[in-house]
Design a protein around this ligand. Structure first.
Ligand code: DGL
Length: 258
C-alpha cells in the first residue's frame, strides 16, 4: 500500500513522522507544495486549486490514500477533494476537543494560520465542543515563514512569540493546541515562554490512529519506512534536500514527546 502526505511545505512531516514511528509495511509519498507555501495567507479558491493539483498528482503516482497533513488546506479544500476524488482522503483539524477534555475547565489557546482561524470548519467545531467558550484563537503565520527558513529558535523566533503571546494571561491556560503542522517544530521555543504544566496538543497521533484504523493497517517492526519526496510535482532527488528532510524528521522525533 502507498499512502501520500500533502502539505504546503515541511509541516506535514510531523504527521509522516508519527506514521513512520509505527513501522507499518507501507510505502509513503510526501508532497510539499513549495511553489505556493505559505497557504495560511492565501484565498480558499487558490487552496482548492493547489490541493486539487497535488492530490491528482499523488493518485497518478500510485497513492492508495491521501492524508492532507495541513490544517489550512483541510479547512479550505477537504470537501472539494472528497467530491472530486474517490480514493480515501484524510484531513486534519486543530485538536480542540482533546485539548478541552484534558484541561478540566482551564483556558485553551488555539494556534493556527489566519485561514484556518477564519474558516467555518473551525467555528462549527468550536460551536460543537466549546459551549463554555474556553478557547482563544491566535494566528501565528510568522512561524510558517521561520520554519520554511529552518529557523526554529533564536532571538527572532523568541521576539515574535513573546509579542504574540503578550496579550494572554498564560497562567489561566491548561493547553496550547498546535493547529498548524508547521508549529510542531517550535515546541521547545514555545515551552521556554509558557508556564510549566501547559500541555501541547496536536493532531498528529489522532490523525494517524484514524488513518491506520480506517485502512486496516497495524503497527509492526517490518516496515522500512521508504519515503518518496516531491516538491510541487517534481521528484526530490538532490541528496542535500533529502538530507534536510531526514534531519527535520529527526528533530520532530525528538520533539514528539515534549
Ligand atoms: N502546515 C499548514 C497547516 O497545518 C499550513 C502552513 C502554511 O501556511 O502554509 O495549517
Amino acid at each position: 500500500m502507498r499512502i501520500a502526505f500533502f502539505d504546503s511545505g515541511i509541516g506535514g512531516l510531523s504527521v509522516l513522522e508519527e506514521a513512520l514511528s509505527r513501522r507499518p509495511e507501507v510505502e509513503f509519498l510526501y508532497y510539499a507544495d513549495t511553489d505556493h507555501v505559505p497557504y495560511g495567507q492565501k484565498s480558499r479558491a487558490a487552496l482548492i486549486d493547489y490541493a486539487g493539483s497535488a492530490v491528482s498528482f499523488l493518485l497518478a503516482a500510485g497513492a492508495d490514500a491521501v492524508v492532507v497533513a495541513c490544517n489550512t488546506a483541510t479547512a479550505a479544500a477537504i470537501d472539494f477533494l472528497r467530491e472530486q476524488f474517490s480514493a480515501p482522503i484524510f484531513g486534519m483539524e486543530p485538536a480542540v476537543k482533546p485539548a478541552l477534555a484534558e484541561t478540566a475547565g482551564r483556558r485553551v489557546l488555539v494556534l493556527a494560520t489566519p485561514l484556518t482561524l477564519r474558516e467555518q470548519k473551525l467555528h462549527h467545531l468550536l460551536d460543537a465542543v466549546d459551549p463554555a467558550h474556553c478557547a482563544d484563537l491566535l494566528p501565528l503565520p510568522g512561524l510558517v515563514a521561520f520554519a520554511e527558513r529552518r529557523e526554529f529558535d533564536g532571538p527572532a523566533v523568541q521576539d515574535y512569540l513573546q509579542q504574540a503571546l503578550a496579550p494572554f494571561t498564560l497562567a489561566n491556560y491548561g493547553a496550547v493546541v498546535l493547529g498548524c503542522t508547521h508549529f510542531n517544530y517550535f515546541k521547545d521555543s514555545l515551552a521556554a515562554l509558557l508556564p510549566a504544566g501547559i500541555q501541547f496538543v496536536d493532531g498528529c497521533r489522532g490523525t494517524i490512529n484514524h488513518v491506520f484504523h480506517t485502512l486496516g493497517l497495524s503497527a509492526g517492526d517490518a516496515g522500512v519506512g521508504t519515503v518518496h519526496y516531491f516538491q510541487s510535482g517534481r521528484a526530490v532527488t538532490d541528496p542535500v534536500q533529502l538530507d534536510d528532510y531526514h534531519i527535520l524528521l529527526a528533530r520532530l522525533s525528538w520533539l514528539r514527546h515534549l
